[in-house]
Ligand binder design. Structure first.
Ligand SMILES: [Zn+2]
Length: 498
């Protein structure tokens, strides 16, 4: 998620807004959100995992890369479960901008992670399920607040297919935090019919039935329908676009598994600008047709992409794009970054922050919301490095004179970075202090060695969700130093840990 510019009003006078680099407030915390929408037509239909009566343990088929270890989240246990290991979501959705309603079908292939008497999923009560089936057999879904239960007993290791039809006027959910840019989460629509989704730490359930937690990654296909000139946008690669009878249909394929908070969907009047391939990755962005100035401005993505690959290693996905949405926030939605259209959200350093999350947050994801510092702290650190690179601030100066001044305030107000107050999700304490922690570690290990490990951690844990403990163990082993005491001191600190 993007940075909150709540502190540090010092503004370098070299700022130029839509020219090159605009450096805003000295203290910036960034968070990210993602959304996914999808339709799965070919892949699921042809996969053995989707056999009519479910499959055996080996039937994950083409979806083996999406096998996860779902868990009950220690911070937000009401969302997600440890029963369903989602492998593939196929979402075929129609947006009705005048009624601001969503309708469609979902086909979910999942592996039972444990024995259970029923299949639990998260789904907003604002959406009505009109039909449900498991492995081709109709079932009656049981609803409770923002949950769905399908009364079919399942055995650990078996693969099943759930199909649902649903419709309703999506309703976002209150965010568990106090950020000024993001009071609600999930699917959000505007009076004029534009819509988008941002949902960190949860809220995918406001537009599809999902195991809504960061530890369960899945593959996605989307098929989106909306009256022209609007177009539907989601994560992954655009594989089809057609307008007929006044309706635009797009299909999107996400080839690498994503956590539900990193999925996205947007509907609006957009134009796509392609930047061509950079190091083999096609880059593009989608901007509202009434914001033509953004088309040339966003070209910086290509050079920043090159810089990030130099720092963090080869880009981990097969495509990168960005969509500008009517929001005050921004999210690192996987392969399709969501950038708010306000001055506070749409800034080059914000885009760099969300791009850096593709490695830290998307490729390797915290497996529990307790450890959101694992993604936000590093994205913030990379943002400092970028600001240093473009000449805005020396990293050391930034960290020493700016963040250290405020770390104690953040930690006392919102809690330790590794044990924050759950009612203050994504506050500055999980951005700035952990960024300073990484900078301190780089000084301890030496820049060359630290930068090597910086590249190796995501590459060594591709497309997975990882725990704080695994991170501490890996960084200790890879550096040849026992770093557990270091991480413990920083992550549990209630005042300046340096
Ligand atoms: Zn972020």
């Amino acid at each position: 998620m993007i940075t909150l510019r709540t502190l540090g009003e010092r503004r370098p006078d070299r700022s130029t807004r839509h020219g090159s680099t605009r450096l805003t407030g000295a203290l910036v915390a960034i968070a990210a959100l993602g959304t996914l929408v999808g339709t799965l037509v070919g892949a699921v239909a042809s996969d053995p995992a989707v056999a009519a009566h479910g499959g055996s343990a080996g039937a994950a088929g083409n979806y083996g890369s999406a096998i996860s270890t779902p868990r009950v989240d220690s911070y937000y246990p009401a969302h997600g479960n440890d029963v369903v290991d989602a492998l593939h979501y196929g979402l075929d959705l129609t947006w009705h901008p005048h009624k601001r309603s969503l309708s469609g079908t979902e086909r979910l292939v999942f592996r039972a992670a444990k024995d259970a008497d029923a299949i639990p999923l998260d789904l907003s009560n604002a959406l009505t399920v009109t039909s449900a089936a498991v492995d081709g057999h109709a079932v009656r879904a049981t609803r409770s607040t923002d949950h769905l239960s399908l009364p079919v007993a399942i055995t650990a290791g078996q693969v099943h297919t759930v199909t649902l039809s649903y419709a309703g006027v999506p309703r976002p959910v209150a965010a568990p935090g106090t950020r000024s840019d993001e009071s609600v989460l999930g699917f959000i629509s505007k009076r004029d019919g534009r819509a988008y989704a941002m949902q960190e730490p949860y809220g995918a359930f406001t537009w599809y039935a999902v195991n809504d937690q960061p530890a369960d990654k899945a593959l996605y296909d989307f098929s989106l329908h909306v009256p022209a000139p609007y177009v539907g946008i989601a994560n992954g690669r655009l594989t089809h676009r057609h307008t007929g009878h006044g309706v635009t249909t797009t299909r999107w394929h996400l080839a690498s598994p994503a956590a539900s908070y990193l999925t996205t969907i947007a509907f609006g009047n957009y134009q796509q600008t392609r930047l061509g391939k950079v190091h083999g990755t096609p880059l593009s962005y989608w901007t509202p047709t009434d914001r033509p100035e953004l088309v040339s401005w966003l070209r910086f993505m290509a050079k920043d992409f090159r810089w990030l690959e130099h720092l963090l290693g080869p880009y981990p996905f097969d495509t990168l794009s960005l969509v500008v949405v009517p929001s005050k926030s921004a999210m690192e939605t996987q392969t399709m970054i969501s950038e708010g259209d306000t001055r506070g959200a749409l800034d080059e350093q914000d885009v760099v922050h969300e791009m850096s999350h593709q490695w830290y947050g998307d490729q390797v994801t915290p497996n529990d919301w307790r450890d959101v510092w694992m993604s936000e702290g590093m994205a913030m650190y990379v943002q400092y490095r970028w600001l240093d690179h473009v000449g805005g601030y020396r990293t050391g100066t930034w960290v020493d004179t700016e963040t250290s001044r405020y770390d104690a305030t953040y930690l006392s107000e919102y809690g330790p970075m590794g044990a924050y107050n759950p009612a203050d999700f994504a506050s500055s304490n999980v951005y700035l202090p952990p960024a300073r922690m990484w900078w301190t570690l780089s000084k301890m290990l030496g820049k060359a060695r630290f930068d090597d490990l910086l590249r190796r951690w995501p590459a060594s844990h591709p497309h997975s969700s990882q725990s704080r403990e695994a991170l501490e163990d890996w960084w200790s082993a890879a550096s040849g130093r026992d770093l557990h005491p270091f991480f413990q001191r920083w992550l549990s600190a209630t005042r300046d840990p340096s």
